[in-house]
Design a protein around this ligand. Structure first.
Ligand code: NAP
Length: 242
């Protein structure tokens, strides 16, 4: 059975990606950290739409948790195989560098960059054996451009962009593509405190994007139609900057 693992699938962009993966026929593994209520809603909607999947609760910032829960799932589900991995879980904790605390640096880097490494390494093994895989990393405009107040977040996302390009070259010959999607301002809990009216004048399309618009880009990169695209960073930002 072909499965898609979406980290941070309980809310926002990850939830829209879960729906897209289900629509594409994948059995969806909906990962989340703590919000069981929202994760349940994602899974219920997948099933209501005629798809199937299950919840997989683990903290992508904790390698022991990843190895235990995701590693355990892989070991005990030999008949299922994760053919698509969407590394979406991410957090931001903005403050100017001079005031940034150790924990703010550590948590943001661990969630995006360490999370990418430990989750992908586990999933990659079966992709290499099957000689097929699709990996899509959700990065950010912040990782391409660098944004003040986001030293931690820009560094984490830029790190994943570099890793995307490097891994694409390692595994291309084994039928595995590795790409990234870099959203701009997308309407989710993460951007809740931002003033869209004020910021939209900077955006050529003059509005924030939707999680579904990001999910469409991910769906394309996972599709057969994108089989000759790897190591790419696809911006979904309304023309803001790339
Ligand atoms: P969101 O609405 O805040 O949702 C975050 C999701 O990530 C939730 O499902 C959350 O799970 C999960 N998560 C957070 N930390 C986790 C951890 N340590 N382990 C496992 N899951 C974890 O965020 P979003 O806006 O959808 O963002 C999704 C991705 O897009 C992130 O990587 C973000 O950096 C990136 N991005 C977002 C924007 C934007 O404008 N929104 C722009 C550029 C890039 P719980 O529900 O359990 O907390």
């Amino acid at each position: 059975m072909k499965c898609a693992l979406v980290t941070g699938g309980s809310r926002g962009i990850g939830r829209a990606i879960c729906y897209k993966m289900a629509e594409m026929g994948y059995y969806v593994l909906v990962n989340y950290k703590s919000n069981a209520v929202e994760a349940d809603k994602t899974l219920a909607q997948i099933k209501e739409n005629g798809g199937d999947g299950e919840l997989l609760k683990f903290d992508v910032a904790n390698k022991d948790d990843i190895n235990q829960v995701l590693g355990g799932w892989i070991e005990s589900n030999g008949e299922k195989y994760i053919g698509a991995l969407i590394n979406n879980a991410g957090v931001k904790d903005d403050v100017l560098m001079i005031w940034m605390k150790d924990e703010q640096w550590d948590n943001v880097i661990k969630t995006s960059l360490d999370g990418f490494f430990y989750v992908t390494r586990l999933v990659l093994n079966n992709m290499l054996i099957k000689k097929y895989g699709r990996i899509v990393n959700i990065v950010s405009l912040s990782g391409l451009k660098g944004l003040p107040g986001q030293i931690n977040y820009s560094a984490a996302k830029a790190g994943v962009i570099g890793a995307t390009k490097a891994l694409a070259q390692e595994v291309g010959r084994r039928g595995i593509t590795v790409n990234a999607v870099a959203p701009g301002f997308i309407k989710t809990d993460m951007t809740e405190g931002l003033d869209e009216k004020e910021l939209r004048s900077m955006i050529p399309i003059r509005r924030f994007g939707t999680p579904e618009e990001v999910a469409c880009a991910v769906g394309f990169l996972v599709s057969e139609g994108a089989s000759y695209i790897t190591g790419e960073i696809l911006s979904v930002n309304g023309g803001l900057y790339s």
